[in-house]
Each structure stands twice: as structure tokens, then as C-alpha cells.
Design a protein around this ligand. Structure first.
Ligand code: BES
Ligand code: ZN
Ligand code: ZN
Length: 510
């Protein structure tokens, strides 16, 4: 799973000796490296293009054996589609497909060639000239490295695919400063992403709240991050009635994982990342239908992304203060379970009338947000697999973004463009507010059937209070299970871990 090294490839594509080289093609033409390959192979690529076997369409992967005409055994021509449509998300996904295919073919060393046209396309989309090169390199290298992730760790008979892709070299950008540094960062971003993916994919019996906390502590050991795990007794002392209320139906005790990175001025602003850590969501007494319930093992994907980001931050060391908070529990039906009609008193003192025990994510986040405030947060981003409604609205392509502060949301959006995640702004007009008014408590935990993602956000906004706050609903983007969505890789995505790392750097600038 670990990419051992990434480096600048200074050799020409026709001189390099890797298990595989990747060259790119747009729909409107071959890249310079692809043209060199074409010449070395006596016009094979041109002939294939003329024969309509190679078009450069997005994520097209054509593998050609070089039969000794080039030192590398194989060349993959990777389609990048239309230059105008290329952003870091698409570039990252294309190279992710490439990495997965090359790993399957047993490639351990891969040299990927990109060129100025790709950097220009990214520049055009992101608008920031200084960032275009690192953003491009990150997308290419992290994409390839994500191909190393394998989802079959529970099979008793292991397929022997070897160690996977061990070295990645990026060529075609000679002379541009910053490639090596970007590659160093990319290795860390990729490792963080693959860690988050593995956690999201872990079955709930192998990743309980307690085991998640242990895994996080193991990951953070020796990093300089300060970690505190509040166990059930501590949560009772802190009156975390929202988290405890959801947890009471489960035999697994809840935890709140809190991590601190003090990279900025002690009295400077403090960014909090708060992630939903439901290690399994049955729905509780408002139980979910059995078909598809197994997918709810990924209901801690937001929490995983927070923990992965904190690890990457500890490695990349932005000059910012960042805290990560993950309230974690199962949501189970039992004789101890919380029930519709129950009223919970959250850590903040606000009371919640529970009308549906399946709307549990927002409840535990209420205490997560409050804990982040007590840790000194000045800005809050929460991330959660929160609503089925956001999957209906945006599918698996965009995370829904809600905010009470447009400037802060713009910062998150910028970080997502750099990180290769997609976020789409969602509305929070005051007309939506009434949906949560309760007759018996400060608010109820569900609105009506309509605009379900917005009412969930309205609920969370109450707990953020006056602080600048962004909510990311990743219910659709945490995992792509749509086979017909062929241009988005299937399985766990790790989103928005790279966005969070970029956000920490953006945050350091203010
Ligand atoms: N974890 C689910 C949301 C979810 C659904 C994530 C599908 C990924 C895919 C969440 O806890 C939930 O059950 N939400 C309910 C809220 C409803 C009861 C208001 C939902 O979306 O149906
Ligand atoms: Zn639920
Ligand atoms: Zn849930």
C-alpha cells in the first residue's frame, strides 16, 4: 500500500526503463511524450488513432507492448478528454484508473509523463498560476498511488500481485521548479487517502469505535500530534448527551477522538475538522431496510477523512492550528436504544427531540462541534455521510457544501479544487429554518421529506453558532457503487482528505 518513492523523471520517455510508462492524449491530439513514443514505434499510435482504436477520450487506457523498441516494456496511453474539461478531479481520477490497471499487470515502477498543456489546463480551471504545477503533480502521483489500494485484505487466499507500485516518477516537466517537493507531498497525500479508504471499507466488526480510536492512536504515534480519546466515562462527565444517546443502544462503547496540531501562533485562528464516526448505522429503532444496509459500514467515512487529514498535516506541517474531532459510535436497535420521542440534552445544553433515530449523524456531530469549540475552534468544517437526499441530488460526483459564511466556503472550495475533490454549494436560505422547530425541545432532529440535506445542515448550523462553519455532506462521494458511472473509480474514495490538507495550508495564509 505504500509508495516507496516518487521522483522527477529526467530521462526522455524513449530512454526510460520502467515497468510501465504512461503518456497522455487529449481528444485533440497526442502529448509531446506520446508523439515520441509514436516515433519510436514507427507510427503505431497514429495508426491506432486513424483506425479509431485510440481517441484520447477521458480515462481511455490503451496499453501497448514495446517489443524492445523502447527500454520500458509497456506504454499506457491515457486519455484526458477535452482540455477545457480537465480539472484536478478528472486528472486524479484518470491516473487512478491508470494506477489500478498497471498494478494489476504487475508494474512496480511507473513513469508518467505530463506536459505544459496539462498544467495549463489545470491553471485554467484553478486560476492560480503558482499552484498549477503542484496541483498537477499531486493529481498525477496521488492518482497512480491510489491504484495500489486493494480491497481484498480479508481473503484467506491472497492473490500475489507483488508489492504493488513502489516507485512513481513524473517526467515531461523538466526545468520547472517544485516538482520534487510536490512529489514528496503527493506520497503523503496518497498514503493518507489510502488509509481513509481502508478505514471506510473496513467491516464494522473489525472497526468498532474503540478499534478506530486505537488505529488513530497508532497512526499518530510519534507524529507530534496531541491525541485525546474521551471514553464513555469521560463523555458522561462532559455531559455529551447527544453522542451518548445515540450510543446507548449498542454494546460497543462510544468514544470521542480529539487531535491537535499546533502549527500556528498560539493565539491565532484555529481550524476544526469534525467528522461523523458512525462505525455502523442500522438506523436504530427507526431501522433501515436490510437491502443495502451493509454499505453503512462506511458511515464513519467523514471521521476517517478527518483522522487521515490530521496525520497528513502532521507530516506536511502547515503553519496553522488545526484540531480534529471524531465522535464515534454504532447506531443500533436494542432494549437500551434511544427511541423516537426521546429528548436528548447535548453537551452544549441544547435539547433535541428525536423523531427518527436514523438521523443520528447530526446528533453526534452536535457534541463533536461543541467539543471542537471547547478546544478553541474559531472556524469549523464538519464532514459526514449525512443524508440519502444528497445522493439523490448530486450522485457520487459532488459533495454537498453548506455554510453560514461565504468567504470561508470559498476557501474550502479553493482547497477542494486543489485537492481533486468536488464540492457543490447548496442553499441555506432562511425559509428552510422552520423545518426543525420542535414543540417540546429546542429542535427536532428531522425536517420534512423535502430538502432533507438542507434541514440536516440547518440542524448542524445551530451548534456552530456564530463561528464561520462549513458542512460537507459526503454520503454520495464517500463511495461509488455505480458501475455505469465509469469515469469515477469504484469503491471508497477517501474524500475529502486532500481538500482538508490543502485547507490547512490555505488557513495558514490568513
Ligand atoms: N448514514 C445515513 C445517510 C446515508 C444514506 C449515507 C445513504 C450514505 C448513503 C444517515 O444516518 C441517515 O440514515 N439519514 C437519513 C435521515 C432521515 C431519517 C431524515 C436519510 O438520509 O434517510
Ligand atoms: Zn442514519
Ligand atoms: Zn448515518
Amino acid at each position: 500500500m505504500i509508495v516507496v518513492q516518487a521522483s522527477t523523471q529526467t530521462r526522455a520517455v524513449t530512454d526510460v526503463d520502467s515497468d510501465a510508462v504512461v503518456v497522455t492524449a487529449f481528444e485533440d491530439g497526442f502529448s509531446p511524450a506520446a508523439q515520441e513514443v509514436d516515433r519510436a514505434l514507427d507510427g503505431l499510435l497514429t495508426e491506432m488513432r486513424d483506425g479509431k482504436e485510440l481517441s484520447g477520450k477521458f480515462a481511455e487506457r490503451t496499453v501497448i507492448h514495446t517489443l524492445g523498441r523502447m527500454p520500458s516494456k509497456r506504454v499506457m496511453v491515457l486519455g484526458l478528454g477535452k482540455p477545457k474539461q480537465l480539472d484536478t478531479y478528472r486528472l486524479h481520477n484518470a491516473f487512478w484508473f491508470a494506477g489500478a490497471a498497471l498494478r494489476k499487470q504487475g508494474a512496480h515502477s511507473v513513469s508518467a509523463y505530463v506536459d505544459g498543456a496539462v498544467v495549463d489546463a489545470i491553471h485554467g480551471r484553478n486560476g492560480e498560476s503558482a499552484a498549477a504545477l503542484p496541483d498537477t503533480v499531486h493529481a498525477v502521483a496521488t492518482g497512480l498511488a491510489l491504484g495500489n489500494y486493494q480491497g481484498d485484505s480479508n481473503k484467506s487466499e491472497k492473490k500475489d500481485n507483488g508489492p504493488g507500485i513502489e516507485s512513481i516518477a513524473v517526467g515531461g516537466l523538466d526545468g520547472r521548479p517544485g516538482v520534487d517537493e510536490a512529489l514528496r507531498q503527493a506520497v503523503i497525500l496518497a498514503e493518507a487517502t489510502n488509509t481513509v479508504r481502508a478505514w471506510a471499507a473496513a467491516p464494522s466488526n473489525q472497526l468498532t469505535p474503540t478499534l478506530l480510536a486505537e488505529a488513530a492512536q497508532k497512526l499518530f504515534a510519534g507524529t507530534g500530534l496531541e491525541v485525546e480519546v474521551l471514553d464513555k466515562a469521560a463523555l458522561q462527565r462532559e455531559k455529551a448527551g447527544a453522542l451518548l444517546g445515540v450510543a446507548q443502544g449498542s454494546d460497543e462503547p462510544p468514544v470521542m477522538i480529539a487531535v491537535r496540531w499546533d502549527g500556528g501562533a498560539p493565539d491565532g485562528p484555529r481550524l476544526a475538522l469534525v467528522g461523523k464516526g458512525i462505525t455502523f448505522d442500522t438506523g436504530g429503532i427507526s431501522i433501515k431496510p436490510s437491502a443495502g444496509m451493509e454499505t453503512m459500514k462506511f458511515d464513519m467515512g467523514g471521521g476517517a477523512a478527518v483522522l487521515g487529514a490530521m496525520w497528513a498535516i502532521s507530516q506536511l506541517k502547515p503553519k496553522a492550528n488545526v484540531i480534529g474531532v471524531v465522535p464515534a459510535t454504532e447506531n443500533m436497535p436494542s432494549g437500551h436504544a434511544y427511541k423516537p420521542g426521546d429528548v436528548l440534552t447535548s453537551m452544549s445544553g441544547k435539547t433535541i427531540e428525536v423523531l427518527n433515530t436514523d438521523a443520528e449523524g447530526r446528533i453526534i456531530l452536535a457534541d463533536g462541534i461543541e467539543w471542537a469549540k471547547r478546544m478553541g475552534a474559531t472556524h469549523i468544517v464538519d464532514v459526514a455521510t449525512l443524508t440519502g437526499a444528497i445522493v439523490v441530488a448530486l450522485g457520487h460526483v459532488n459533495t454537498g457544501m453548506f455554510t453560514n459564511d461565504e468567504d470561508f466556503a470559498a476557501m474550502v472550495a479553493r482547497a477542494s479544487r486543489r485537492g481533486g475533490d468536488r464540492v457543490a454549494p447548496m442553499p441555506m436560505h432562511p425559509e428552510y429554518d422552520v423545518a426543525l422547530t420542535s414543540e417540546v425541545a429546542d429542535m427536532k432532529n428531522i425536517g420534512g421529506r423535502e430538502a432533507g440535506s438542507v434541514s440536516a445542515a440547518v440542524f448542524l448550523r445551530e451548534f456552530a453558532g456564530e463561528l464561520p462553519w462549513v458542512h460537507l455532506d459526503i454520503a454520495g462521494t464517500v463511495w461509488n457503487d455505480q458501475g455505469d458511472l465509469t469515469v469515477v473509480p469504484k469503491g471508497p474514495s477517501g474524500t475529502p482528505v486532500r481538500t482538508f490538507v490543502h485547507l490547512a495550508f490555505e488557513f495558514a495564509k490568513q
